[in-house]
Design a binder for this molecule. Structure first.
Ligand SMILES: [Zn+2]
Length: 261
């Protein structure tokens, strides 16, 4: 169990760094994963920019988004997004909340992001919008109260993505690899949709194509391949300390062999 937990913390730290490197997350935004041994808990970093997150930053939370152990660091204010979605969706094991530049024009204009190319089908049919103003009036636009998190989870419904007016988006997945893939292809889709609109038209994929192409995007070999590609794109000096240690190991053993000679 300990090993499995340490592996998933490493994977979660890498997911943060991949999404930061690919322009989905910046100083803000966060990624979580359901605890591999306890579906009533989830794992999420302390409050830190995603590009810098190490496995040691990752804490355990109950689904009420309370830290399991007394915290010694600042926590993300918007962690109820994660807890409330895990409570509402037993099929969801990973969540990403972001304010990616690619999606912001759409959530500011209140215009839907729809799948316009085969890999964009990963987002599913037209994602719903959630406007915090509708239920809660004027707020600072952060999702910090449990009732706000529950409202967002209701808007997400059975979808894979919910767009948040004047704020960003929240993406869910079955596993971190699927989540990372969906989050990145969502941003690519938004960029292509906007560019295609500028040259004339961005028709949505037919329903059948969304279903068939979306199913391919969830295949284990597909999400493993994209994960491997995006992992390789994270510069060596920006991977986690543990990964840097692993990369450095062959060099150390080489030195030892030479010393023995
Ligand atoms: Zn936010």
């Amino acid at each position: 169990m300990a090993n499995k937990l340490s592996d998933i913390k490493e994977e979660l730290a890498l997911a943060n760094r991949i999404l930061a490197h690919e322009g989905v997350l910046d100083a803000f935004g966060h990624v979580s994963v359901r605890h591999p041994g306890d579906p009533g808990r989830y794992l999420l970093s302390r409050s830190r920019s995603p590009a810098l997150i190490e496995p040691a930053d990752i804490l355990e939370y109950t689904l009420d988004s309370e830290p399991v152990r007394p915290p010694t660091a600042h926590l993300y204010a918007e962690r109820v997004i994660h807890g409330c979605i895990y409570q509402a969706r037993s099929d969801v094991t990973a969540v990403c909340h972001h304010h990616a530049p690619a999606v912001m024009p759409f959530v500011i204009a209140g215009k839907p992001i729809v799948p316009v190319f085969h890999l964009g089908a990963a987002i599913g049919e037209e994602p719903p919008f959630w406007d915090q103003q509708d239920e809660f009036g004027d707020t600072n636009l952060l999702v910090v109260k449990p009732e706000e998190g529950r409202s967002l989870a209701r808007a997400l419904g059975h979808h894979s993505v919910v767009l948040m007016n004047r704020h960003g988006a929240t993406v869910v997945g079955n596993g971190l690899k699927e989540l990372v893939s969906r989050s990145i292809f969502m941003c690519q889709n938004a960029e292509y949709q906007l560019r295609a609109l500028m040259i004339g038209a961005a028709p949505v994929l037919p329903r059948g194509e969304i279903k068939l192409a979306g199913a391919i995007s969830r295949l284990p070999n597909v999400v493993t391949r994209t994960w491997e590609y995006w992992s390789a794109r994270v510069p060596a000096d920006k991977t986690t300390a543990a990964a840097r240690g692993r990369r450095a190991k062959p060099a150390r053993s080489m030195r030892r062999r030479k010393a023995r000679r």
